[in-house]
Ligand binder design. Structure first.
Ligand SMILES: [Zn+2]
Length: 411
């Protein structure tokens, strides 16, 4: 199957060499080829260039992209897409004045989702998640990370991971799987957190390894959830099973989680709404990708990640949706892009880089995804006719995506 896209108004992220990460000032650079063509064969980007060089190229399918922008599909490096049902009730509680922490204390939050998830069958969870994933595909997400963490028992965590594995096998989207058993302390272990951590280390991890169910390990390193010591125990255990870390840190409190993650060579540290100069110093000495999740700040009304401090320190930054029923009930990366510009004061160029190449890096996939480079995967967004790529973040709430090609298949 070959696809030729012609008359592209702006072809973004064109790199002849295989760029895998952009940092600091580099993030403000977005290579654009005007009046261009792009040629795809099966699931691979084969050729591109100015329209004047397009003569003689033939393909089974030709798409005329006059007036349109073409760019790599979004790489969403942080989601909780598999969940049992919405938590709109808590949304109302918050409107009426309760905080996220207060809702969690009265039995809402993650534990609420965990209880519901335990009652659902693998089939039910799969069908719901598939519907959500298909929606995201049409909104331009081609690569996605999905976490477990609403199971919180051996059986239910494995059930979640199997659902995510099935999404990986049976859909076009490229799915990376993260084990987040340490998402919350289950009710049963309220007075025996050590017992739950033991269960994660001695029961869950060996089974996950045996069935090859996850690529990464995650921990919610936060006051009231898992301390630095707890997190270190889990990361250390996961090392034995070759599960690199991508962890939730600094959402409500900064107490050294970033430094710990760097010590364990984490692939990414996600959230960072609270950020100290020590955190920035630790990141400077690492290959760890900081990931901002602005939808969560938007939805909960908590501070936004200080993206400018991160970028001005010469560090890279990725943005992701954090799609989950409690604090970010949307996986729409186009809105994440708008928030990055409007609230994190990122330029459209920085935001697009953060949602493509750096998002791919945060999943260990940037040698295959995240830019228009010969040999990379054919994961492509074609917009509706627009005046320029700046419209993507500017027209917040509007869907400017027309066609999405994921692994060479047109959606
Ligand atoms: Zn999250």
């Amino acid at each position: 199957m070959s696809i030729l896209i012609t008359n592209i108004k702006e072809l973004l992220q064109v790199y002849n060499s295989n760029v895998t990460i952009l940092k600091g000032k580099e993030m403000n650079n977005l290579p654009v080829l005007k009046d261009a063509y792009l040629y795809l064969e099966n699931d691979t980007i084969v050729e591109y260039g100015p329209m004047s060089d397009c003569d003689g190229i033939e393909a089974e399918t030709t798409i005329d992209a006059s007036g349109r922008v073409v760019l790599p599909a979004w790489c969403d490096s942080h989601t909780h897409l598999v969940y049992p049902e919405d938590r709109a009730g808590e949304f109302i509680d918050r409107i009426n004045g309760l905080t996220y922490e207060e809702i969690a204390k009265k039995g809402g939050g993650i534990l609420n989702s965990a209880k519901k998830l335990q009652e659902k069958s693998e089939e039910q969870l799969y069908n719901q998640a598939l519907e959500r994933l298909n929606k995201l595909l049409k909104l331009g997400t081609g690569v996605i990370e999905i976490k477990s963490g609403y199971g919180l028992t051996v059986e239910s965590e494995l059930k979640m991971l199997r659902v995510i594995q099935r999404l990986k096998k049976e859909t076009q989207a490229f799915v990376k799987v993260t084990f987040l058993g340490a998402h919350a302390i289950p009710e049963k272990f309220k007075k025996n957190k050590k017992g739950y951590i033991d269960m994660i280390i001695k029961e869950m991890l060996p089974k996950i390894y045996e069935e090859n169910l996850a690529h990464y390990i995650d921990v919610f390193c936060e006051e009231g959830y898992f301390t630095l010591e707890d997190t270190e125990l889990i990361l250390k255990a996961a090392q034995k099973y070759n599960l690199p870390a991508k962890i939730h840190v600094n959402q409500f409190n900064a107490f050294g989680g970033v430094e710990l993650a760097v010590k364990y060579k984490a692939l990414s540290v996600d959230h960072l709404e609270e950020l100290t100069s020590d955190d920035i110093d630790a990141l400077k000495k690492s290959n760890t990708m900081p990931v901002a999740l602005p939808q969560c700040s938007f939805f909960l009304g908590i501070p936004y990640t200080n993206a400018r401090a991160i970028l001005d320190a010469g560090l890279p930054l990725a943005i992701a949706s954090d799609y989950n029923p409690g604090s970010a009930p949307s996986g729409n990366m186009n809105f994440v892009l708008s928030l990055a510009c409007i609230k994190l004061k990122m330029t459209p160029e920085e935001a697009i880089n953060a949602a493509t190449i750096n998002g791919a890096y945060a999943l260990g996939l940037s040698s295959m995804y995240g830019s228009i480079t010969r040999g990379k995967k054919a994961n492509i967004i074609i917009t509706k006719p627009i005046s320029g790529y700046q419209l993507l973040p500017y027209s917040f709430g509007e869907n400017l995506i027309d066609t999405v090609i994921v692994n060479g298949i047109i959606h």
